[in-house]
Design a protein around this ligand. Structure first.
Ligand SMILES: Nc1ncnc2c1ncn2[C@@H]1O[C@H](COP(=O)(O)OP(=O)(O)OP(=O)(O)O)[C@@H](O)[C@H]1O
Ligand SMILES: [Mg+2]
Length: 234
């Protein structure tokens, strides 16, 4: 398996504040990483640092051998980072279809394939972003990242605050994207069991630093470790 992402000695934060300290890990092509940790431990800061939306104080990030440090967020998108932020930043004043076509880049993911994955979006093609439920907005945010045809998909708490039936739909889609289609992904979650089940690797953050790494399948079977690290015995 060839390497896709490598993070070394990474420190990053906001302005002068350093939130992440000495973060390091690597991810292979087509692999899925579960990024876990309690509230405020730096998960979003790490995702945003990969996307270029924080201040990198030190260390390096390379994607497919390309150093990302000096690239602005839009250049990182072009380099293959598909970012679905925690706040699902869709264009609210555009329709579902316009949201997808506005950012579409050549590749195997196009609006039609997004509609096949999320039939709810197909039914709402001409609805404005403002007219979508939270779950539909999340599906559209994922779809928008996909039509960029990224090398690495970043999903920041994609299941947060959604009804159980929508959670099931999104999980099925994420599993299809990562396992069947082989797209590499980092998925942030506070409630790990469902995401560990579809991930290859797992990293746990605490106070902006990595406190645990393991195969996802191994961590999944260690409720006492999950309980100690995350405060959940599931
Ligand atoms: N824009 C910002 N400016 C300054 N500090 C910030 C900013 N955003 C987050 N922080 C700080 O960085 C730390 C990590 O926050 P972050 O949002 O990365 O955590 P998180 O693990 O994603 O939490 P949650 O599970 O609640 O989403 C926190 O101490 C937070 O207060
Ligand atoms: Mg967060």
């Amino acid at each position: 398996m060839s390497e896709l992402l490598r993070i070394e000695n990474l420190s990053a934060g906001y302005g002068e504040a350093v939130v992440l300290h000495d973060v390091a890990f690597a991810l292979g092509e087509g692999q899925t990483l579960a990024l876990l940790g309690r509230n405020g431990t730096g998960k979003t800061t790490l995702i945003n640092t990969l996307a270029g939306a924080t201040r990198q104080h030190g260390g390096s990030i390379t994607l497919g051998g390309q150093a990302l440090h000096k690239l602005a967020p839009h250049q990182r998108a072009a380099a293959g980072i598909g970012w679905v932020p925690q706040e699902r930043n869709i264009f609210k004043s555009l329709t579902v279809h316009e949201n997808l076509t506005a950012v579409e880049r050549q590749g195997k993911w196009n609006p039609q394939r997004v509609y096949e994955m999320f039939p709810r979006l197909a039914e709402r093609k001409t609805n404005l972003g403002t007219q979508l439920s939270g779950g539909e907005q999340q599906m559209l945010a994922v779809g928008r990242a996909l039509v960029l045809n990224p090398k690495l998909l970043l999903l920041d708490e994609p299941l947060e605050g959604l009804a159980p039936i929508i959670v099931e739909e999104l999980l099925r889609a994420i599993r299809r994207i990562t396992q069947d289609e082989g797209l590499a992904a980092i998925v942030v979650e506070q409630h790990p069991q469902a995401i560990l089940a579809i991930s290859d690797e797992a990293v746990v953050l605490d106070h902006g630093t990595i406190v645990h790494t393991d195969r996802a399948a191994t961590l999944r079977t260690q409720p006492e470790v999950l309980d100690r690290l995350l405060g959940v015995a599931r």
